[in-house]
Write a protein that binds this ligand. Sequence first.
Ligand code: 13P
Ligand code: SF4
Length: 363
Amino acid sequence: MDTTTLLEQLYQTPEAEILTRIATLKAALGDQILILGHHYQREEVIRFADITGDSLKLAHEAARSTARDIIFCGVHFMAETADILTDDHQRVSLPDPAAGCSMADMANEEQVARCWQELNEILDAETTVTPVTYINSTAALKAFCGEHGGIVCTSSNAQTVMTWAWDQREKILFFPDQHLGENTAVLRMGIPDDAMIVWDPFQPMGGHSPEAIQQAKLILWKGFCSVHQWFKAEHAETMRQEDPTIQILAHPECSRAMCETADFVGSTEAIIQHVANAKPGASFAVATELNLVNRLGILNPDKSIRFLSPMICMCSTMFRTDPQHLLATLIAIQESGEINQICVPNDQQLHAKLALERMLRLA
Ligand code: 13P
Ligand code: SF4
């Protein structure tokens, strides 16, 4: 049966039956499969994950897994990363292949190559600039970094990676997320504002003069997360007026103003740990994806957890993975069919792996 017909059938099946069938098939497949779940996954999916985590933890887990089939309940760049880090005989599936990341789409290979070429017109990029890509990027960009002496970072190791990158060469080109780069450099590492420029890929020379480029220590790509952009410093203000004891927690993909006002800034895993370690009765307002914030409330009934924004900030692509897609993937694996397998092209594998392994060695 083709995937569309199977999914049509599954959408007509009661959800309780879908969940039972997932549990039965998962048990039957045993060690042959490993289900990885990112913290933004919905409740009905993440409950089936063998391991949950942020991007860094899940990359490490994929690298050490020996399972024949890894099912990545997350988004496309995460499954690509897992494919790069696993052996050739292992298969990585993304239950819904349309689960992308709008931030990862904000920098493509052609744009980054053009940027590199433009930088080369005024300085020797190969010896003066370390390219650093956030893991939220295509395999092609990870390969670009591997090939040009660069590296990958995640929201939990950006400072360590940027320190490494500046040890290699005097400048960093950081893509695709302006905010993670800026928040890490300014708020954690004390880099002054006049040492940074923001590169607009739709402007010649990113919109800068040769002098400005020569002076910059950090070149930040003009990209952002369409979910985290909605958390504002004024929301924190309102929360503090309502509850002066409240702690504001933010993901580093939020704007600088948001992170500046936050009491704690960290990756999804770090936010979870921070709340878990707090004393009973503590109250938090959290600036990250809604599914995770709701889960924090369930996991910490002795604490008050609020969503920071008055708007619903949900990652619609993370939400695409539903129990029906997960079941369809398990059925295909059991029948030895290939479904939504993510295969990074051979010509990108080598250099992308180099950039990822440089990161995994650091943290
Ligand atoms: P983490 O690595 O912190 O889980 O972040 C991934 C992500 O996409 C956040 O938007
Ligand atoms: Fe991408 Fe933002 Fe969704 Fe994370 S929350 S996967 S950065 S769109």
